[in-house]
Design a protein around this ligand. Structure first.
Ligand code: HEC
Length: 159
């Protein structure tokens, strides 16, 4: 293959690799205005979120004290309380107790800009499912398997 053709394929390869990692750009409703995912990744590392959470892409973030934050863009609720949307996630990060009274998630005294950046990073993890979680299968859709009650949540191979 000529070098020019090979270079032409690089963006395609990059998009395949990014897609495979589940870190493609989030859909419009999960875009965080004013947040920067790159800075967010650094802020997550600085604030030690990985001491309590599994967070893909953050070295050492492999703890199970709190819920894993993998596939965050696919989560339905923030703190089990509010619909998972950027403004709700940012509000939770800034004051977890206000959203989820009695929550074991500490108030890490984040600045608002840091919370926006962190939210932007978390929404790069996973993508909104094509079918909302929990939607029942249509008759016959389960194929030869015994019919499950709910559509399986994970439609991609484990990372
Ligand atoms: C001392 C442990 C601890 C630290 C440090 C911590 N968290 Fe948490 N976090 C928790 C616990 C426990 C919960 C579950 C409580 C809840 O949902 O109200 C939680 C919940 C969350 C949730 C909601 C999860 C869900 O499933 O709804 C998000 C998002 C989150 N944390 C992000 C962060 C970020 C970002 C940081 C760093 C800035 C961080 N956490 C630091 C313990 C921690």
């Amino acid at each position: 293959m000529s070098q020019a053709r090979c270079h032409a394929m690089l963006p395609l390869l990059a998009s395949l690799v990014l897609g495979a990692c589940g870190e493609a750009a989030p859909p419009a409703e999960l875009q965080v205005a004013g947040g920067d995912a790159g800075r967010g990744r650094l802020a997550i590392a600085e604030h030690g979120c990985g001491a309590c959470h599994v967070i893909p892409g953050i070295p050492g973030a492999v703890s199970w004290v709190g819920p894993p934050l993998m596939e965050w863009a696919r989560r339905s609720y923030v703190g089990g309380r509010l619909p998972n949307a950027p403004q709700n996630l940012v509000a939770f990060l800034l004051d977890p107790q206000a959203i989820s009274p009695g929550s074991a998630m500490p108030d890490l005294a984040l600045r608002e800009a840091e919370a926006l950046d962190i939210a932007a990073y978390l929404y790069t993890l996973g993508r909104a499912p094509a079918v909302p979680p929990g939607q029942p299968l249509a008759p016959g859709e389960a194929g030869t398997q015994p019919e499950p009650r709910l559509r399986p949540r994970f439609d991609r191979p484990a990372q």
